[in-house]
Unconditional design. Structure first.
Length: 336
């Protein structure tokens, strides 16, 4: 039996139908009309214990609604859902004890209290013993640098600091499943790397992770499987490697060369690779298929004709793949 099971999971919302302007608003007061909108439309999903799944899609696709259904915040209109053998919206307390939730745009910290006091309140809510609480704080300090944030009032935290504190709050009680919405937003590179490593540790320890993000780095480092949702329906469910290898092959390398070489000299050094000249002399953008030409080969070829002063490589976001799917440019076939 899978740890998370959803069968025909559906959530519909009623939306008011109004004509534009003041006249339309007054008319709606007298004669009310509504339309049904299926935010989640018959989703079937199985997630095993200890699995890390990227759950992605554009804004309005139904990602957050799905997570709220799994967390027990919303009651499904139709279908069934179980998390760890518990029906989330019926057994809310039991479900709350086994889940952790991090929404990037919302905080679970008390706004006018120091972070230390918020965590202490959560400790009492989850009945954590003193030894476990100290152990968790020490662990979070190693990974997130939490110690420096403990005396700070929540409303005075920067975005990156708040994300670190919220991540600690979500994981304080050692949940069996964690729902993470953009968990590394606002974090610097060093902390982001530590958070990703920490999430991999959680996965190795058997914690189930559902990650909603457009950051391909988060997905690549943490997840093995990707589920793409559009208009409330799952359109792809399969291994992450299949999507990346097929639809995220290209990289863009931005080069600043010491010598203002002509466009032809750079293209001659990189035959078969798309090269675009920049606005200033010596600046070029090279777009290449990483399965045909490696970044090292591009750098070596350019370095043979000029010194490379600076370079930057743009990694494709999973959002780019999703956007192409919705535009009809790609067709994703679920893995068997």
């Amino acid at each position: 039996m899978a740890f998370i099971e959803a069968d025909g999971l559906t959530k519909r919302f009623r939306r008011p139908v109004k004509d534009p302007g003041l006249r339309g608003a007054l008319k709606h007061l007298v004669t009310r009309r509504f339309s049904d909108h299926a935010a989640v439309d018959g989703i079937n999903l199985r997630v095993e214990a200890g699995e890390a799944v990227a759950y992605v899609g554009p804004n309005g696709a139904g990602k957050s609604t799905t997570v709220k259904l799994l967390a027990g915040i919303l009651v499904p209109t139709a279908g069934e859902v179980r998390v760890g053998g518990v029906v989330p919206h019926r057994q809310r307390v039991a479900n709350a004890r086994q889940i952790g939730v991090l929404f990037g745009q919302r905080t679970q910290l008390w706004w006018d209290l120091p972070v230390r006091e918020s965590l202490a309140l959560l400790r009492d809510l989850y009945d954590l013993d003193a030894a476990t609480y100290r152990e968790q704080l020490a662990r979070f300090d190693d990974v997130l640098g939490l110690g420096e944030l403990l005396p700070v009032v929540a409303r005075k935290l920067s975005l990156g600091q708040r994300m670190r504190a919220d991540l600690a709050a979500a994981l304080l009680h050692r949940p069996r499943v964690v729902y993470l919405d953009e968990p590394t937003i606002g974090l610097d590179i060093a902390v982001k790397d530590r958070v990703r490593a920490f999430l991999r540790e959680l996965r190795a320890d058997g914690t189930t992770l559902i990650l909603t993000t457009h950051d391909l780095g988060d997905i690549e480092d943490v997840c093995q499987r990707i589920v793409i949702i559009d208009q409330g329906r799952i359109i792809y469910d399969g291994p992450l490697t299949g999507v990346k290898d097929q639809f995220a092959r290209h990289r863009s390398m931005h080069l600043h060369l010491a010598d203002p070489l002509p466009y032809g000299a750079v293209t001659a050094a990189l035959p078969g690779v798309e090269v675009t000249a920049g606005q200033t002399p010596g600046e070029f953008t090279v777009r290449f298929d990483r399965f045909v030409v490696t970044a090292g080969q591009v750098i070596a070829a350019v370095s043979a004709v000029s010194e490379v002063r600076d370079l930057r490589i743009d990694e494709p976001a999973i959002e780019d793949v999703v956007r192409k799917v919705y535009a009809g440019e790609l067709r994703l076939e679920p893995a068997p």
